[in-house]
Design a protein around this ligand. Structure first.
Ligand code: FES
Length: 65
């Protein structure tokens, strides 16, 4: 499923890139995907996904701090 239509980013790609890069926020996750938010419609879902990653992978937060 597409998370970001503007950048043709699928949710799995976004999540994997964010996780691999240890992204702490949406901006970092987009950067990990070599993309930038455009219209902003996906930002709420993207933020929820990052929050979910932080909750399920607490080491990701610790490593980034
Ligand atoms: S849908 Fe992601 S920036 Fe437009």
């Amino acid at each position: 499923m597409y998370l970001c239509i503007c950048n043709a980013l699928k949710d799995r790609e976004f999540k994997a890139a964010a996780q691999t890069a240890g992204a702490r926020d949406v901006v970092g996750a987009f950067k990990a995907c070599n993309a930038r938010p455009k219209c902003g419609r996906c930002l709420e879902d993207a933020a929820a996904m990052i929050l979910g990653l932080k909750e399920s992978h607490p080491a990701m937060v610790e490593a980034a701090e």
